[in-house]
Design a protein around this ligand. Structure first.
Ligand SMILES: Nc1ncnc2c1ncn2[C@@H]1O[C@H](COP(=O)(O)OP(=O)(O)OP(=O)(O)O)[C@@H](O)[C@H]1O
Ligand SMILES: [Mg+2]
Length: 307
């Protein structure tokens, strides 16, 4: 089965005043079906350039890619027909209402039932009650939601959203997460670029971190967390009702324990390998109230791999 997005050595070099800018540099990307894929990177990392090459709006300098099995150079019309795309800085007609703007696009797309599609998408993104509001009079959050509604008009199996939450407040970001999860449950693959980890990071099932045009790490979030723990260690946090200093010595004598610290009734154990069953049996009799493996966060992954 062809993954929704796949690239091989995809490269874009801009010429800027005699100098070369490798905006996208040998990117091998693979986005699994039904994933919520986060393309992460700081400003200027190359995210938008990569996305525009996928959508066929920028031609690659070299390399190859397919989106929904279609070649990004030879079959870009097909890609634009099939994929729901929200470009960065998407604009609409200021003087038209939300509904009028979408209707104009729906007709341009040649949708069979434009009125129904527009109504459904406005409802889906929570803009139905604001449908009569002019674009020029909408808040940033509403504008972003209209951008997503526009991308959803053809009920695409793949959504590509470039910085969909920049400028959106925490409530808006929460709404956005809810919507994306809902769409994903319907079976859609969703590819999102962002540099805002806190706001939408928890959504992602897979990520790729981009830095100076290159992908420095990619994979499923759970695999990457596992990899990070294997490298940096496994941290167990334990609460005890009967703590005793003596357990520190017993812990530290175990093969695989690097450090153990007891503060009040809280015990923190740093291990070089997963040791949950061993630790638990050693802690019998000390009144274990809670026991958890402290997983690294997406920020930890980003910090470790993005330099
Ligand atoms: N048309 C262009 N001509 C020359 N250089 C460009 C052009 N477009 C982008 N670049 C350069 O390519 C690099 C990548 O830019 P790009 O917009 O793809 O990054 P980005 O990750 O989307 O950044 P942001 O988070 O700010 O949107 C930057 O160094 C940028 O200055
Ligand atoms: Mg960008």
């Amino acid at each position: 089965m062809v993954p929704p997005i796949k690239t091989e050595n995809l490269t874009k070099i801009y010429k800027l005043g005699g100098k070369e800018v490798r905006a996208v540099d040998g990117v091998n990307l693979e986005v699994p079906k039904r994933s919520i894929f986060g393309l992460l990177g700081r400003n200027g990392a190359g995210k938008s350039t990569l996305i525009h090459m996928l959508m066929g709006t920028i031609l690659p300098t070299s390399g190859r890619g397919t989106v929904l099995g279609y070649d990004i150079v030879k079959e870009s019309l097909k890609i634009r027909e099939k994929v729901g795309f929200m470009p960065e800085g998407l604009g609409f007609y200021e003087d038209l209402t939300a509904e009028q703007n979408l209707m104009a696009i729906a007709k341009l797309m040649g949708l069979k039932k434009p009125t129904e599609s527009v109504r459904e998408c406005l409802k889906l993104v929570g803009l139905w009650e604001y449908r009569q509001r002019k674009y020029g009079e909408m808040s940033v959050g509403m504008k972003q939601r209209l951008g997503i509604a526009q991308a959803l008009l053809k009920d695409p199996e793949l959504l590509v959203l470039d910085e969909p939450t920049s400028g959106v407040d925490p409530d808006g970001a929460r709404e956005f997460r809810r919507l994306i999860q809902e769409l994903n449950k319907q079976g859609k693959t969703i590819f999102i670029s962002t540099h805002l980890l806190y706001e939408i990071g928890p959504l992602f099932t897979h990520i790729a971190v981009m830095r100076q045009g290159k992908i420095v790490v990619q994979g499923s979030v759970s695999d990457l967390k596992e990899k990070l723990m294997a490298g940096q260690g496994y941290v167990y946090e334990v609460e005890l009702s009967k703590p005793a200093q003596v357990i520190i010595d017993r812990m530290c004598s175990l093969n695989g324990v690097k450090e153990a610290i007891l503060e009040g009734n809280k015990l923190v154990v740093l291990c070089s390998k997963p040791l949950a069953p061993t630790l638990l049996s050693l802690l019998e009799g000390y009144g274990v109230e809670s026991f958890r493996l402290a997983k690294p966060t997406l920020e930890d992954i980003f910090r470790e791999f993005s330099g």
